[in-house]
Design a protein around this ligand. Sequence first.
Ligand code: F0G
Length: 345
Amino acid sequence: MTYQGLIQRYGQYLDLPAHTKNISLLEGNTPLIPMPRLSKEFGCELFVKFEGLNPTGSFKDRGMTAAISEAVGRGAKTVICASTGNTAASAAAYAARAGLRAIVLIPEGKVAAGKLAGAIAYGAEVIQIQGSFDDALTLVVEITQKTPIALVNSINPYRIEGQKTAAFEICDVLGEAPDWLCLPVGNAGNITSYWAGFKQYQKGLPQVLGVQAAGAAPLVLGHPVEKPETIATAIRIGKPARGEQALEAAQESNGRIIAVSDEEILSAQRILASEGVWVEPASAAGLAGLIAESAKGAFDARGKKIVVVCTGHGLKDPSIITDAFQFPKIIPMNYDALLDVIGGA
Ligand code: F0G
């Protein structure tokens, strides 16, 4: 049978109500890409779980197929979310597929171009709020408590159910859980989902390294951050909704949550791209964390199986790259000019 999406593939492991009506864009089934150069450098087996290859370009589609399928089944007509961009694009796509109205609240001026374009293209009503993601989340929680509009942020338990499937897929490909799982942490839904997924699947447990951006690191600092700031706008979050569960996952797994600088994130993004995997900045945080911990001597990767979760595609945030590089040279349309500019073959 051809692949029919996550609910069909892993539905038996997901706690979804009987009324759930499967809405799928054939999300999931993303590759676990071996990274030979990084593996050699760290003396380990390193893989990237490339979640940027989901239908809307991020891991959010795993949770969204579940949340929208449940919402449709119970008769919801409108869904809403707060988002740093990827959840917005995903909610918009799945709502479009299901014929629902989608409203997405984003922090003004802080959402990468590819995400905003996606949300608009799929037909969501996009509203910019003069505040942060955390402020937007407070607003959508209030409106979904007072009206029949369905909330599809990861506070919604079905989002967590759907996102557990990434852990299942990793175990199915490797035959067991890896030794370490490194991933970015923003609102902390994903780390919560992976940990729940590994525990449920019973193929062993990884140690979990959760990585926040230094300017938005409430779980490292131990208190909310009122004005989070980072170039990794996807994880520009100061009050993670599932912060407690993220800390639990780190602690129970004998792992930890750390912070890395924007420079470290951008450097990890370049390293991944240099091995053929282009991810958005936030998605490079997992590798940035691994590199930072190894450099400090706090992480011995040798002989280990390590999965770095790359949550979103590089195309989501193209300006991060183009702003930092010289604009490509322009030459006259002739052979000599070409030879001249490349300086020989
Ligand atoms: N990576 C990317 C690319 C993201 O978009 C997000 C979250 C994360 C990592 C962190 O995941 O929140 O589950 O800890 N983006 C949300 C959004 C907040 O609105 O798209 P998390």
